[in-house]
Write a protein that binds this ligand. Structure first.
Ligand SMILES: N[C@@H](CCC(=O)N[C@@H](CSS)C(=O)NCC(=O)O)C(=O)O
Length: 299
């Protein structure tokens, strides 16, 4: 953006600032140009790391088959832990890690009712007795604990806020740890993408509003961790997605048009995943999962 000198008013140098189509004092223009978000300023805010608290533990886990990320967060003082979006096939891996680290699993939570894999939350509560499975009330799925917009999940001294972010499904939520500057966006916001809206209760307008109102409203340097990435990228930031997301940098109308024409193949496991996930991955399991976890799933 260029500013041009237009003259002097009351001995003050006045410049024309095109962004607000009005003459401004040099000081005002300098403030707007240098202090307000410009590419350089935004880049700086993006890289300003929010330091995680010393007693906050974080681990990102990956399932190579469904390209799902699960996240383990814990309070290292009290040892209370939460796992986000575990996958049933890897529930034994996750239970072992939690056990090795000496953590006590409090909640295994879902960001939504997944369509591409079976949740590990049901099996984990059996493998690690004392823990509870969690999903949103709006998902209409069974779990030990149901959460809604504004609820807080506590683990030791740490807190995770529940934000309703419907659009990919009705029950999608994003979990935000404000103190650590991180959010777990599930399938609502993916890295340079977003969750599809062509099945379950998919609705592109709702998804657009959810992203803008609940995720893009977080500080630019908040790190975002999605439930999937198909390109080997681990995380992103609010700033990056506001700037570079090829779908969400468009108007709502253009976004709806894009989403209605993605023409993606249905997830290969959808017919197995949905019935099992409605009951928290505890029942209606495919035979191979019944077999794998028969010792813990026996009534
Ligand atoms: N090929 C995968 C499914 C890929 C897919 O559809 N991913 C979903 C999230 S899991 S329901 C999605 O929303 N993708 C958005 C996109 O733009 O890719 C499989 O067969 O499981």
């Amino acid at each position: 953006m260029s500013v041009s000198l237009v003259g002097k008013i009351c001995k003050q140098t006045v410049v024309w600032y095109p962004k607000i189509k009005s003459p401004l004092s040099f000081a005002q223009a300098f403030h707007l140009h240098v202090r307000s978000p410009s590419p350089v300023k935004s880049f700086a805010s993006m890289t300003q790391q929010i330091h995680v608290s010393e007693n906050f533990f974080f681990k990102q886990l990956f399932d190579r088959v469904s390209c799902t990320y699960s996240y383990l967060v814990a309070d290292t003082e009290s040892k209370e832990a939460i796992i986000i979006d575990p996958v049933i096939d890897l529930a034994d891996r996750d239970a072992k890690i939690i056990d090795n680290l000496g953590l006590k699993l409090k909640y295994s939570v879902n960001t939504h009712m997944h369509a591409d894999h079976i949740t590990g939350t049901g099996v984990l509560k059996k493998l690690l007795p004392g823990s509870q499975s969690v999903i949103s009330t709006a998902s209409q799925a069974l779990a030990d604990k149901h959460v809604a917009h504004g609820d807080i999940l506590e683990f030791g001294n740490h807190k995770m806020e529940v934000r309703a972010t419907p659009g990919h499904t009705n029950g999608c939520v994003t979990y935000v740890c404000h103190e650590q500057g991180i959010a777990f966006t599930g399938d609502t916001l993916l890295i340079r993408g977003c969750g599809r809206t062509d099945f379950q209760e998919g609705n592109p307008e709702r998804l657009y509003d959810s992203v803008y109102n609940q995720i893009f409203s977080l500080p630019d340097n908040f790190r975002l961790f999605p439930a999937h990435d198909y390109n080997g990228i681990l995380d992103t930031t609010v700033w990056e997605e506001k700037k570079f997301n090829p779908r969400l940098t468009k108007s709502k109308e253009q976004f709806v048009e894009i989403m209605n024409n993605l023409n993606l193949a249905y997830p290969a496991q959808i017919d197995k995943a949905l019935p099992a996930n409605k009951v928290c991955g505890l029942y209606n399991l495919p035979p191979e999962m019944e077999e794998k976890y028969k010792s813990v799933l026996k009534p």
